[in-house]
Write a protein that binds this ligand. Structure first.
Ligand code: HEC
Length: 143
C-alpha cells in the first residue's frame, strides 16, 4: 500500500515537471542550463511574424501598395540546433516558403489567397520542425 502511494506521488511529480517544461513558444531543443541566447533563426522568425502580422489588415482590405518583403535569410539563419536549419528537409521547405511569399507580389494574383497559402507553408515547416509556435502562426490566416 505504501509503495502504491509512493508511485502515485512520484508519477504526479514527474507529470508536473513535464508540463512545466512545456514552453509554448519555443522548440524542444533549448539548452537548459546555459544562458539561453536567442538564435539567429529565432530572431528572424520573430521579425517575420511581426511583419506579416502588420501587413495582414492591408492585404485583407486590398490597400497594400508596396512590395511585400520576402525573408530570403531563412536559408542562412542558424537555428538553436544548427543541424536543424542545415537539414535538407528544412532547406526544401524554406524554398517553398520563399516561392509562396514571392507569389504574393505577382501581378493579377489574389493577394489574400496567396497570403494564406504562404501561411500554409509556415505551418508545414513548423509541423515538421517546431510545432510550438503553430497556434500563434495560425492567427495570421485571413478570413
Ligand atoms: C523552413 C522551415 C520554417 C519555415 C518556412 C518557417 N519557420 Fe518559423 N521556425 C522554424 C524553426 C526551425 C524555428 C525555431 C528556431 C530555432 O530553434 O532557432 C522557428 C521559430 C519560429 C517562431 C518562434 C520564435 C520564438 O520567439 O521563439 C515563430 C513565431 C515563427 N517561427 C513564425 C514563423 C512564420 C510566421 C513563418 C512564415 C511566414 C515561419 N515561421 C516559417 C522553421 C520555419
Amino acid at each position: 500500500m505504501k509503495n502504491k502511494a509512493f508511485y502515485t506521488i512520484a508519477s504526479l511529480v514527474f507529470a508536473i515537471i513535464l508540463l512545466s517544461n512545456c514552453d509554448e513558444k519555443k522548440c524542444a531543443a533549448q539548452p537548459k542550463y546555459t544562458m539561453a541566447v536567442d538564435s539567429e533563426l529565432t530572431l528572424l522568425m520573430r521579425d517575420m511574424y511581426t511583419y506579416y502580422d502588420s501587413i495582414k489588415v492591408d492585404i485583407s482590405n486590398g490597400t497594400l501598395a508596396k512590395d511585400i518583403q520576402i525573408f530570403q535569410e531563412v536559408h542562412k539563419a542558424v537555428a538553436t540546433s544548427p543541424e536543424k536549419s542545415s537539414s535538407e528537409l528544412y532547406q526544401a521547405m524554406a524554398t517553398i516558403y520563399v516561392q509562396s511569399a514571392e507569389r504574393i507580389n505577382s501581378p493579377n494574383v489574389n493577394q489574400k489567397m496567396a497570403f494564406n497559402l504562404m501561411v500554409d507553408n509556415c505551418i508545414n515547416c513548423h509541423k515538421q520542425m517546431c510545432p510550438g509556435p503553430m497556434v500563434r502562426i495560425k492567427k495570421l490566416y485571413l478570413e
